[in-house]
Design a protein around this ligand. Structure first.
Ligand SMILES: [Cu+2]
Length: 117
């Protein structure tokens, strides 16, 4: 391989890498835009409905004050196994009162040693 050929190959490699980096960056930007207004909601289950979940939730900065209210859920099957008193965390989006990606959290009362109560 001549030196000249090697340099041009390296140049092409850098150019390709650069283009990939730029397109990856653009994708990240788009993703960020789509996810704008997402918040994490932490709360306690008050009532489990067929397609809704009533939670007593903490204040969600930039979204809602602390309150108890019913939310729609992204997937009704995510309600399976949930019961009153469970601590959950979910993702919420601006202007959309739906809980996404509901996750059951370890219950504080059970996790905390009795001596610290
Ligand atoms: Cu609310």
């Amino acid at each position: 391989m001549t030196m000249c050929r090697m340099i041009s190959l390296l140049g092409a490699l850098f150019l390709t890498t650069g283009l990939i980096a730029i397109s990856a960056l653009a994708q990240t930007k788009d993703k960020g835009k789509a996810k704008a207004g997402s918040h994490t909601l932490n709360g306690k289950v008050m009532e489990v409905g067929a397609t809704s979940l009533t939670v007593d939730h903490e204040k969600v900065e930039g979204y809602m004050d602390a309150m108890t209210m019913a939310y729609k859920v992204d997937k009704p099957e995510s309600l399976k196994g949930l019961k009153k008193g469970d601590m959950v965390t979910a993702t919420v989006y601006d202007g959309d009162y739906t809980l996404y990606e509901i996750k059951l959290m370890p219950n504080d009362d059970k996790a905390r040693p009795p001596s610290k109560k």
